[in-house]
Structure formats: structure tokens, C-alpha cells
Write a protein that binds this ligand. Structure first.
Ligand code: APR
Ligand code: PHB
Length: 390
């Protein structure tokens, strides 16, 4: 078969790209290794920048988010018992974020794809990319025991960190940059009322904690834990006790607890691959970069890649221009590195590092103290948190 754009991976990146291209008359196919249920079972962050919200509307997949998403105009940081309110909206001159889970975003995009009869192949096994140096790269895969071949004009790798696309890039042109943090996040989702109306980020002597939410009746909480922590050892009771111990008394006292409906441990990593394009293969989203979740930038960064990728491909087909394609990697990387910097900074500011020296501790305390007193510092934090412009 022949399509214009072959997309590998049906996470938020791949679904959003195929939807945006389809709406402009560009034909795509999405090849996904897993089942739709498996893709929807992955629980990830849920803070959307305005750029992502706008793209979802442009993709005609934003109606439920507009109804059910929670608009947040600030969040809180707690350090050494001091509470610091970051008034995002006031500090940025009106910008806010939308709290809406990535699972819901993915579901809405799946529904939007289905409504347009988008070509989506789940359980596509052993996807391979070949003829990369020609004008017609080829995708091959197996499904239900049969071999399939798709000839494309372009292949976009939206197949996440463990996908095949980045590995297919010629290894002599690919550069990778990485930092692995010496801890993980233990996350719990529960059908309980969020402890506060806004998100709370806590730097406590026992480690980082985050109080987040998915809706007015569903909470998401995280605790900094060892990177090799055994999930089995974390009963719900132990989780709630530990969370309470990291919160100020008045917040701990109002914490509503209940059975966890999901519990998992995620490692923290910063990673960037450069460049994001070679010939007719482009990388987007987690296939090209990972951020630690502290700034909630993972999904938003995937969205900015898709913004540049969709515009570049639309320009190619509608205006016969390769300019967007030529600038794709450069444009994405400028924004990626700023989000990498911000996520690294938030992570460094808010966690306890096992190997930290007394000097490191004092620097961290000074940084938080500065943030407390300086409008300029708060403004820089708020501007990055709501998302830099595309
Ligand atoms: N063939 C086909 N599909 C694959 C392959 C492969 N070889 N390898 C991986 N995939 C699929 C995965 O099963 C997954 O559904 O690619 C998809 C990648 O989706 P995500 O990992 O969600 O990545 P992305 O769409 O870029 O979304 C980025 O997800 O990980 C979070 O923090 C991240 O929020 C950000 C968002
Ligand atoms: C989440 O709700 O899962 C979440 C929110 C904010 C973050 C990270 C994760 O910074």
C-alpha cells in the first residue's frame, strides 16, 4: 500500500499528528505495537499548556477537555514549612494551565481518529523502516501472521523512548544526551477528593511529594522513592502515612484517603536525541526526548514537536515548500532544550539527592528563599510552567 505519511506509535504524538494531517487532506497510517486498551492503561501526567489545548481544538478533539478540564491559575510550593503560592495567571499576564489526564487526551484523540475513519493498525508487530535514503521510505510489519508493506513519502517516529525509529537513524549522525536521577516517583491514583484546589509541590526532609488531581473526585499523588524501590512493599496504608508525613500538618489533616486504583514507580531521566530528522524520517515526542515529570512537560513537549511536524508537512504538500522540514529539527530542539532545562531545574530544586553535600543543601535553600522573595524569579518559573511560546 501507498500513503503520504507513515506514523509509528499511537500515543498522543502519533494520534495528534495523524489527526491534524488528515484534516488537511494528507493521508496517513498509524502503526501501533500494542492494543488500544494497553495504550489507554498507561497513567501519565495531566497538566496541559495552552499550546497543547489549542492543538487539541485544532484537531477537533478538544470538546470534552473544554467541558471537563480544570483551569488552574496557580500552584503551591512548600519548603521547610513555608508555603509559597505561585500566581501563574498574575505573573504571566493571564496564562493558565488545564488539568486533564493524558489518558483522557489519548482517548479523545482515538475517538476523533475513529470518527474520521483514520487508518490505525493496532498490534502491528516487528515494524521496520527501510529505504531511508530514498524519496519513498518503506514500512514493513506483521499482523495476524501476514506480512504488510507501506510505501510512504515520509515516516514520523512517534514510538516513544523504546521505539524502533530512533534506533533506525544512522548511528554516526545521531547524538544522545542523558542524565539519570538517583531516585524515582511512586504514584497513586485514587477515587478521593483532591487535598487542595491547586497542585502542591513539596520539598520535605523525607523527600519530594506532589499532590495533583485528575478531577474534583479523583486524586493523583506522588512520593520521591529509591529508584530500585519494590512496589510490592508499598501498601496503600504505607503510602498515605508517608504522604501525610511529608505534608504540613493542616494539609495532612485534611487528606482524604482511599484504595488506590493505580500504583506505579517511574524512574526520572532527562534525555535528548539530536537531530530529529534524517532524510525522510522524523522523530517526535518521547522517541526524541524524555524529561523528568517534575515540570509536567513530557506531553506538552510532544505537542510542540507535532505542531512543527504537522506545519512542515502541510507546507510541503500545500505550498510545495521544504522550508519547514529543513527547520524541523532546529525549531523543535530550541524548545526541547528549554523544557529540559526547566524540568532539570524543578527536579533539582524540589528533591532530596542521596549524595547531596551540606553545600548543595544550602544552595537549594537559597534558591527557594530567592524564589520566595523575588517577583522576577517567580515570573521566570511561571512563564516556563505555563509553557514557552511555540
Ligand atoms: N512499533 C509500533 N509502535 C511502537 C513501537 C514499535 N516498534 N515502539 C513503541 N511503540 C508505541 C508504544 O506502544 C506507544 O503506544 O509507540 C507509542 C509511543 O507513545 P508514548 O510513549 O506515549 O509517546 P508519545 O506519543 O511521544 O507521548 C509523549 O507520553 O511518555 C509520555 O511523558 C510522555 O507525556 C508524554 C507523552
Ligand atoms: C500529574 O498529575 O500526574 C502530574 C502533575 C504535575 C506534575 C507531574 C505530574 O508536575
Amino acid at each position: 500500500m501507498r500513503v503520504q505519511v507513515g506514523i509509528i506509535g499511537a500515543g498522543p504524538s502519533g494520534l495528534l499528528l495523524s489527526q491534524l494531517l488528515h484534516l488537511q487532506g494528507i493521508e496517513t497510517i498509524v502503526l501501533e505495537r500494542r492494543t488500544a486498551d494497553y495504550v489507554l492503561g498507561r497513567i501519565r501526567a495531566g497538566v496541559l499548556e495552552q499550546g497543547m489545548v489549542d492543538l487539541l481544538h485544532q484537531a477537533k478533539a478538544g470538546d470534552r477537555m473544554a467541558r471537563e478540564g480544570l483551569i488552574h491559575d496557580g500552584f503551591e510550593i512548600i519548603f521547610n514549612g513555608k508555603r509559597l503560592h505561585i500566581d501563574m495567571k498574575g505573573l504571566t499576564g493571564g496564562d493558565v494551565v488545564t488539568v486533564y489526564g493524558q489518558t483522557e487526551v489519548t482517548k479523545d484523540l482515538m475517538d476523533a481518529r475513529a470518527a474520521l475513519d483514520g487508518q490505525l493498525v493496532y498490534e502491528a508487530e516487528n515494524v521496520q523502516i527501510s529505504d531511508l535514503d530514498s524519496d519513498t521510505p518503506k514500512l514493513t510489519y506483521q499482523k495476524d501472521g501476514a506480512e504488510h508493506e507501506v510505501i510512504c513519502d515520509f515516516v514520523v517516529g512517534c514510538d516513544g523512548y523504546h521505539g524502533v525509529s530512533r534506533r533506525t537513524m544512522p548511528q554516526d549522525i545521531l547524538r544522545e544526551f542523558e542524565r539519570v536521577y538517583p531516585f524515582g516517583w511512586l504514584g497513586v491514583l485514587s477515587e478521593t477528593k483532591p487535598v487542595a484546589e491547586e497542585l502542591i509541590y513539596v520539598n520535605d526532609k523525607r523527600g519530594f511529594a506532589l499532590c495533583s488531581m485528575r478531577s474534583e473526585t479523583r486524586s493523583r499523588y506522588y512520593l520521591q522513592c529509591a529508584f530500585d524501590e519494590d512496589l510490592e512493599e508499598w501498601t496503600d496504608d504505607r503510602f498515605w502515612d508517608e504522604l501525610r508525613s511529608r505534608l504540613p500538618d493542616e494539609t495532612a489533616a485534611s487528606l482524604e484517603t482511599g484504595p488506590s486504583i493505580e500504583k506505579s514507580i517511574a524512574p526520572l531521566r532527562s534525555f535528548v536525541a539530536e537531530p530529529l530528522r534524517h532524510g525522510r524520517l522524523m522523530l517526535a515526542g518521547d522517541a526524541a526526548h524524555i524529561v523528568p515529570p517534575t515540570g509536567a512537560k513530557g506531553l506538552n513537549l510532544a505537542a510542540s514537536d507535532i505542531y512543527y511536524a504537522s506545519n512542515a508537512l502541510i507546507e510541503y504538500y500545500q505550498d510545495n515548500s521544504e522550508q519547514g522540514l529543513d527547520n524541523y529539527s532546529h525549531n523543535c530542539l530550541r524548545r526541547i532544550w528549554k523544557a529540559e532545562r526547566f524540568s532539570w531545574w524543578m527536579t533539582t530544586l524540589l528533591h532530596r539527592f542521596p549524595d547531596e553535600s551540606p553545600f548543595d543543601r544550602r544552595i537549594q535553600a537559597a534558591e527557594l528563599d530567592y524564589l520566595q522573595d523575588s517577583q522576577a524569579a517567580q515570573k521566570a518559573l511561571a512563564e516556563n510552567y505555563v509553557g514557552l511560546p511555540f
